[in-house]
Design a binder for this molecule. Sequence first.
Ligand code: BT5
Length: 259
Amino acid sequence: MILPGRPRIPVIGRKVILLDRVDSTNALVKQWALAGADEGLTVIAREQSAGRGRLNRIWFSPRESGLYLSTLLRPALTARESGILSLMLSLAVAKAIRSTTRLRVTLKWPNDILFEGRKLCGILVEGSLNGGLLSFAVAGIGLNINQEIADFPLGLRLKSTSLRLACGRPVDRDQVTVALMRHLNLLYGGLHDAGMRHKWVRVWQQHCAHMHQPVIMSRGTEHIEGLFRGIDISGAALVEQETGETLLLESGEFSLREK
Ligand code: BT5
């Protein structure tokens, strides 16, 4: 039986473009999205010269040793619901890592994948809105695969890792990529299934590196302190303040509070 909203054929990766070098796979997919490209278009590059994170930060993207992938999604979501995409991508990456290497990663809100507290993968979802609805989203994944510690710039060495460092052996990038596409498709098929989304929230929270820990959230110039109590069904963070009131934060920066 095919459930409503579940694609019969895999959507993500219907068309895959492999590039030797590009400035940013997200930037390129965004250009094609604006030109009307179909959902599922996926770009993978061996190297990025201007890989980007959130807020114009840089994603260090050396040749061959990482996976730099962006895919075009055109889900029927409102702006408010679009945070579910980061959540879905994080779970797909965690599952792909688990199935290919047996490693158990942890998740940091909103978009980081960690191993033993070090960043292994970053996710960047860039959406385009049309009247409060998402007209498309570019889902970018940067996963460190075969870097050695000396391959990272000094400023990243203490806080980054790769699958190779975590497993103690080189890891096959193609195998991880294939597993990732499979898990992305499986999860994307459940995007409009409320039961699935609740399950994703539960699984995300089980993998969360900082459940019930004191955190400081920054939103613009505002700083909000409280206990991290999990996420809602749109991926927004629930932060319980000292007053007992729980705030819902859809975006923002986040750090763990020193104890
Ligand atoms: C992210 O941003 O973590 C999202 C990164 C998304 C990268 C992918 S690669 C494919 C696609 N195309 C793109 O151009 N981008 C996406 P953010 O949460 O803002 O974190 C950025 C921060 O992570 C930087 O300021 C560094 O501190 C750190 N960082 C940069 N490169 C890293 C790396 N390779 N490994 C670990 N940490 C890194």
